[in-house]
Design a protein around this ligand. Structure first.
Ligand SMILES: Nc1ncnc2c1ncn2[C@@H]1O[C@H](COP(=O)(O)OP(=O)(O)OP(=O)(O)O)[C@@H](O)[C@H]1O
Length: 183
C-alpha cells in the first residue's frame, strides 16, 4: 500500500488536494474526521474551539501521535493500493506513518498568510476563522503541535499561490507520479 500524506498550514489547499485525489480514484482518509466524530459524540457544537479542545485532550491522554495511531486502521480499511491522508499536524504523526507504512511520501503545501486568510474568508466553513487574529491563533496552535517540523520533513513541496487550475494540475501530476497512475 502506497500512502501519501498531505501537510500544510490552515487553508493552504489540503482539501483541494484531497478532492483531486478523489477525482483520480484515490481514497482519502481525513484525520480530522476522527476528531469531528468525537466532538459530535460529546454533543458539542462543531466549532474550531471544540475541535481544538478534543484534539488537544486526545494528545494529552494518549500522546502527541494519538490521532495518527487512530487513523492507521482507517487507512488500512480502505484496502486500496494508493491512499491519501489529509490532516497531518505534527512531526510525531509523520514518524508514526513512516514507521508503519514502508511506502509513505509526505507532500507539503505552501501558501502565504495573506493568501490563506483571503481564501478562508471566502470559504465560510463552520470552523473558519474570520479575523486575521483568529487565523494567527489557529496557526500558532497548529505550529505548537509540530506542524512546522512536519512541513520540514516533506519529501516534496507544492506552492499554492496562483490559480486553482494551476494548483490542481500540479497536484494531479504529482499524485499520478507518486501513485503510479497514468495521467
Ligand atoms: N489556488 C487557489 N485559488 C483559489 N482558491 C483556492 C486555491 N486553493 C485553495 N483555495 C480555496 O481556499 C480555501 C481553503 O483551501 P482548503 O479548504 O483546500 O484548505 P485546507 O488546507 O484544507 O484548510 P484547513 O487546514 O482549514 O482544513 C477553499 O475554499 C479552497 O477552495
Amino acid at each position: 500500500m502506497k500512502v501519501i500524506g498531505i501537510v500544510g498550514m490552515p487553508a493552504s489547499g489540503k482539501g483541494e488536494a484531497s478532492r483531486i485525489a478523489r477525482d483520480l480514484g484515490i481514497p482519502v482518509v481525513v484525520m480530522g474526521d476522527a476528531i469531528r466524530e468525537r466532538v459530535k459524540e460529546a454533543g458539542l457544537p462543531p466549532t474550531d474551539a471544540n475541535f481544538g479542545a478534543i484534539a488537544g485532550k486526545l494528545r494529552v491522554d494518549l500522546g502527541m501521535d494519538a490521532i495518527a495511531r487512530i487513523t492507521i486502521p482507517r487507512i488500512e480499511a480502505t484496502g486500496a493500493p494508493v491512499v491519501l491522508v489529509d490532516g497531518i499536524r505534527g512531526d510525531y504523526e509523520v514518524t508514526v506513518f513512516k514507521k508503519h507504512f514502508a511506502d509513505f511520501t509526505l507532500v507539503g503545501i505552501d501558501s502565504s498568510f495573506a493568501t490563506r486568510y483571503q481564501r478562508l474568508a471566502s470559504r465560510g466553513r463552520s470552523d473558519d476563522s474570520l479575523t486575521p487574529e483568529e487565523l494567527r491563533i489557529r496557526d500558532r496552535r497548529e505550529l505548537g503541535w509540530g506542524l512546522g517540523r512536519a512541513l520540514e520533513q516533506a519529501d516534496c513541496r507544492v506552492t499554492n499561490e496562483a490559480s486553482l487550475e494551476e494548483f490542481a494540475a500540479e497536484i494531479r501530476a504529482l499524485l499520478c507520479r507518486l501513485g503510479g497512475i497514468e495521467e
